[in-house]
Design a protein around this ligand. Structure first.
Ligand code: AMP
Length: 428
């Protein structure tokens, strides 16, 4: 299949040629004709499959006739869960639209709303926004009567992040006959429920097995004692000469502590999590993209929005508290057919969590040990629990405390043989 055969117009064909896209990916081949034919779609596709172009290219094509002289009106709204992802989509669309007159605006929280209003006044055709900020603009008078297309990108993530109410509010605000495109990495009950509410006779596109991880990713879990995780992490990065690696922690507290520890080990690091301001997150991300930092430590909240090209290594320093997040984390590597490696460092507690993840992804993750870092067989779960209790009474920055800090960060975790329950404020 070629982009020409999908019926894309010349300005778009030349833009994607410049980007080096030779052939459409599976999701693009299937979604582009459907979007052009005005069909609602429900697509399960992970980041890395080329889904942004799958909705971005046909939307731009549909808006090619915008006449700036007649005055612009917002024709399409793309809602995404995070600021980073919204900005990424905005940049991608800007690249695709470089030979066209279509204007895009990105409206995300953390940026001055009045400046955004000024941009809107000048006239835009496509808005890329986080749900809350989009609704704020509607309350301030943004005209939504001309909207023809609504995209819900990473819908599962938006629902997980508590945007359900906001998304439900958006749908009735739009003209009755608008087209809705829903993209989700997973096929959860919540997403299915939402799809029934917002989609009209949708075409279903499933580009990957339910919750399956990308085929080109090698996955491995290394068994290690909790207290030696940071040491093993630095050893892996150093001894294998990894040029760049994305490292995930479960909580902001452990991200902060790991970041400090790696810096002490002499590794150039960046840190991204929910408590870090937006300008700082972007700066950190850019430094990483430019290759100026070697390790990027991130929590799950930040993981979805990251689009980093050719990232071969992802390390789960701690497994995610929601098993489905494993898919999103490792989706950072092996993008667009490239090979990737996802390593999980698992301690005695996480042996249960990995089983849950294997059930979700429908794959077995091989468990190995690294020479010199084999778990101490005399440390049993009970001993680790005692160590954990002791460390919680010590000052939090000690090495052991870092690994046991999960419970001091506002998360209430209840360990059962299957799932960990997370309540109260989001620790990511
Ligand atoms: P996405 O899933 O939209 O985040 O895209 C993942 C990465 O694949 C991005 O870096 C895109 O620029 C790239 N990409 C998208 N479509 C193609 C294509 N047809 N050929 C090569 N790379 C692509």
């Amino acid at each position: 299949m070629s982009f020409e055969k999908l019926g894309l117009i010349k300005p778009l064909l030349s833009a994607i040629k410049e980007l080096g896209y030779e052939n459409p990916t599976t999701i693009q081949t299937r979604a582009i004709p459907l979007v052009l034919a005005k069909s609602d779609i429900f697509a399960t596709a992970q980041t890395g499959t080329g889904k942004t172009a799958a909705f971005g290219l046909p939307i731009l094509q549909k808006l090619r006739k915008v006449d700036p002289v007649e005055g612009r009106a917002v024709k399409a709204v793309i809602l995404s869960p995070t600021r980073e992802l919204s900005i990424q989509i905005f940049e991608d669309l800007g690249n695709y639209a470089k030979n066209m007159k279509v204007e895009c605006a990105v409206l995300v929280g953390g940026k001055d709303i009045e400046t955004q209003q000024k941009t809107l006044k000048k006239g835009v055709d496509i808005i890329i926004a986080t749900p809350g900020r989009f609704l704020e603009h509607v309350e301030r008078g943004l005209d939504v009567k001309s909207i023809e297309i609504l995209v819900l990108d990473e819908a599962d993530r938006m629902l997980d992040m508590g945007f359900t109410k906001d998304i439900r509010k958006v749908h009735p605000l739009l003209p009755k006959r608008h087209q809705t495109l829903l993209f989700s990495a997973t096929y959860s009950d919540k997403v299915r429920k939402l799809s029934k509410l917002v989609l009209r006779s949708p075409a279903f596109i499933e580009t990957s097995k339910k919750n399956s991880t990308v085929d080109t990713i090698n996955q491995v879990a290394y068994l290690v004692d909790t207290a030696r995780k940071a040491e093993l992490l630095a050893y892996i990065i150093g001894s294998r000469n990894y040029p760049q690696v994305l490292v995930f922690t479960r909580t902001k507290v452990s991200a902060n502590e790991l970041f400090e520890e790696l810096k002490k080990d002499g590794l150039k690091c960046g840190l991204i999590h929910g408590d870090i301001t937006q300008p700082k997150r972007l700066k950190t991300l850019n430094l990483f993209k430019e290759g100026k930092t070697r390790v990027l430590v991130a929590t799950d909240i930040a993981s979805r929005g990251l689009d980093i090209e050719e990232l071969p290594y992802v390390i789960n320093y701690e497994l995610p508290s929601v098993s489905e997040d494993y898919v999103h984390r490792v989706g950072r590597t092996g993008r667009a057919g490239r090979e990737g490696e996802a390593i999980s460092l698992i301690d005695i507690y996480e042996k249960y969590d990995i089983k849950d993840i294997e059930r979700v992804i429908g794959q077995k993750i091989p468990q190995e040990t690294v020479e010199g870092f084999e778990p101490d067989p005399t440390i049993r779960r009970k001993d680790q629990d005692e160590l954990k209790l002791k460390s919680e009474h010590k000052k939090p920055s000690t090495k052991k405390a870092r690994h046991y800090s999960k419970n001091t960060s506002g998360v209430v975790t209840k360990r059962t043989s299957k799932k960990r329950k997370t309540t109260k404020r989001d620790p990511r």
